[in-house]
Design a protein around this ligand. Structure first.
Ligand SMILES: Cc1ncc(COP(=O)(O)O)c(C=O)c1O
Length: 456
């Protein structure tokens, strides 16, 4: 049993006085956690509001200013709802940027984490650990891959893929003085913010302040088969990095022809094909892996966001031919693949890989897209509703920021993507039909704010 600290919103509080009390969170009669609860009376809202304000002011003083945050402090989450210290409830269509696939506080996930925390949290990769090997076995059993390398984030998974691709080329061309070392990436791509992954990320303003980044990357238009085939044929390309569905870039899906052509060109030239499924993988599309919907398979797939249900993890899944090029000491990490994280990953993967769960994601995704098109499609600012499963983009002909702000005021959390003109909806995969209806209703109610902001 673990002790966690949380706040209950006044309307769901059972106490009329300001009181701290220990409660037991139960699942089917089984105690899963012990919580210290601040049962606030409604008249303490002002004090709580002051707390939010104090947190925001302190953040501005003590943290490096890398995040333009929304003005909300989130102190508790349950299912698809999150709460601020004042007790205001928000419907979460962000999932911590496509991370909390099982929502907040999933009982199986909580059990996996608490049980493992009581057993063993960290050992380093100097030793073997059971959850790491178990999670790898499961990932291999349900994918194209033969082996797994664990990291701590999406960008690190891509750094591993970059190193593995370079090493693979050296290993495959032992007599060549200059084996292929270059990479192809695409317009609207996002692969991370460390120096190698950043070099593969298309947005210039992310890269230019930190140049020189890793050299040898060519950006091609996403979907341009001919340009990709020509460049891969030159024989200098170690690997091609592509998101089957682009998340940060604006929710753009690749075509089957594009991925098939990349596969063939890479095979012909000896280049590796890397699918970055950090955002679109692990059930978000209604397929376990987004690439399954295309029937095209990579040499390396990178994963991260939802894999441990909110704990930091990344993974590069590789075929045996790639793994054969990697030796002891070629890559590593102190924290990666620790027992606590991997046990959480097992709970997440077991749930999401269930065919019934995946079918429900597909069904809910289709339903959500349909109601969004029905409700919003006629608005003159809405250009397109697109995506697959529960990764949905609403492209606007104006900035989405006023809509994001208005939705937040109305209790709905959403994200932007692309050039800021795309609303990105990536709810927890456990979202209910009713919650999707509610989200679509709030979006509809808030849409007029785009007229106002456009005319002022
Ligand atoms: C497709 C893709 N790759 C890589 C990353 C980087 O992941 P992380 O932020 O965990 O480093 C992201 C993050 O949004 C992503 O969407």
């Amino acid at each position: 049993m673990s002790s966690i600290h949380l706040f209950l919103k006044p309307s769901i509080s059972h106490a009329a006085t300001n009181l701290r009390r220990s409660i037991k969170l139960q699942n089917g009669g089984r105690v899963i956690a012990c919580a210290t609860v601040d049962l606030r009376a409604p008249d303490s809202t002002a004090a709580a509001a002051a707390e939010s304000k104090a947190v925001m002011e302190a953040e501005a003083r003590v943290l490096v200013g890398t995040y333009a945050r929304a003005p909300v402090v989130i102190s508790m989450g349950k299912g698809c709802k999150v709460y601020d210290p004042e007790g205001k409830e928000y419907l979460d269509m962000t999932s911590g940027i496509a991370v909390n696939a099982l929502g907040h506080g999933d009982p199986d996930w909580v059990r996996a984490v608490t049980e493992q925390a009581n057993l063993l949290t960290h050992v380093s990769n100097v030793f073997y650990s059971i959850p790491q090997v178990e999670l790898a076995k499961r990932l291999i059993a349900c994918s194209f891959a033969d082996r797994v390398f664990f990291s701590n984030s999406g960008t690190e998974a891509n750094e591993a893929a970059i190193k593995f691709a370079r090493k693979f080329q050296k290993f495959s061309h032992p007599d060549m003085k200059y084996p292929p070392t270059e990479f192809i990436s695409f317009s609207n791509s996002f692969h991370g913010r460390t120096m190698g992954a950043l070099a593969l990320t298309s947005k210039e303003h992310y890269r230019t302040p930190f140049e020189p980044v890793m050299p040898g990357v060519t950006f091609l238009e996403y979907g341009n088969v001919q340009a990709a085939e020509e460049l891969i044929r030159c024989g200098k390309i170690a690997a091609v990095f592509v998101e089957p569905i682009q998340g940060e870039g604006g929710i753009y899906s690749a075509t089957k022809e594009f991925l098939q052509a990349l596969r063939k060109a890479c095979d012909d030239a000896g280049s590796l094909l890397v699918f970055d499924e950090v955002q679109c993988g692990l059930g978000r599309t209604g397929y376990l892996w987004a690439h399954e919907s295309y029937g095209v398979f990579p040499d390396i797939m990178t994963l991260a966001k939802p894999l441990a249900g909110g704990l930091p993890i990344g993974a590069a899944l590789v075929t045996e031919k790639v793994a054969a090029a990697i030796n002891f000491g070629d890559h590593g990490s102190t924290f990666a693949g620790g027992p606590l994280i991997c046990n959480a990953g097992i709970a997440v993967l077991d749930k999401i890989s269930n065919p019934g769960f995946l079918a429900s994601v597909s069904k809910k995704g289709k339903y959500f897209k349909e109601i969004l098109m029905q409700k919003l499609g006629g608005n003159l600012h809405v250009r397109e509703v697109r995506g697959m499963g529960l990764i949905i983009g609403i492209e606007l002909n104006v900035s989405a920021s006023p809509l994001v702000d208005a939705c937040r005021d109305s209790g709905l959390l959403i994200l932007t993507a692309g050039k800021g003109n795309v609303v990105r909806l990536v709810p927890p995969l456990v979202v209910s039909g009713q919650e999707l209806d509610h989200a679509a209703e709030i979006l509809l109610e808030c849409l007029p704010v785009l007229d106002e902001s456009n005319s002022s």
